[in-house]
Design a protein around this ligand. Structure first.
Ligand code: NI
Length: 136
């Protein structure tokens, strides 16, 4: 019997989406306002989902206090109020799209969890645009 536990989190961050191999005009056409060279911010909403067996001793899939702390350390402290392009090493050469941010978050959190737990990342960049990454 597998159950999914979910922890919500939030961070504000600035980014710019661009491809350095392209002209300014092409970047503006593909990435729109997100190509603004002066950066802009988003209020990112994150849901971290962990699926696994209920441990008979605790009744927990995992201790949510532990999950909360891992998210604080690996995501909130690393990303909140940061310029993702300039201040977060993972995005030095990786375009900080919602897709890539979700993959980076997954890769930071996965090694911190017991290996038999299944992780899924849901990241909202706006109220209507969100991505899901589950490691495949
Ligand atoms: Ni943007």
């Amino acid at each position: 019997m597998k159950v999914t536990v979910n922890r919500k989190s939030h961070f504000n961050a600035a980014h710019r989406l661009y491809n350095a191999d392209w002209s300014d005009a092409r970047n503006a056409m593909v990435f729109g306002k997100c190509a603004n060279p002066h950066y802009h911010g988003h209020n990112y909403d994150l849901t971290v989902s962990v699926t696994g067996e209920i441990h008979p001793d605790t009744g927990f899939v995992m201790d949510m206090k532990v999950l909360k702390k891992i998210i604080e350390e690996e995501v909130e402290e690393a990303f909140d109020h940061k310029n993702l392009n300039e201040e977060v090493p993972e995005f030095a050469t990786l375009n900080p799209t919602a897709e890539n941010i979700a993959v980076v978050i997954y890769n930071k959190l996965k090694p911190k969890l017991d290996s038999d737990l299944v992780l899924s990342i849901t990241l909202y960049e706006t109220a209507r645009n969100y991505v899901v990454y589950s490691g495949t």
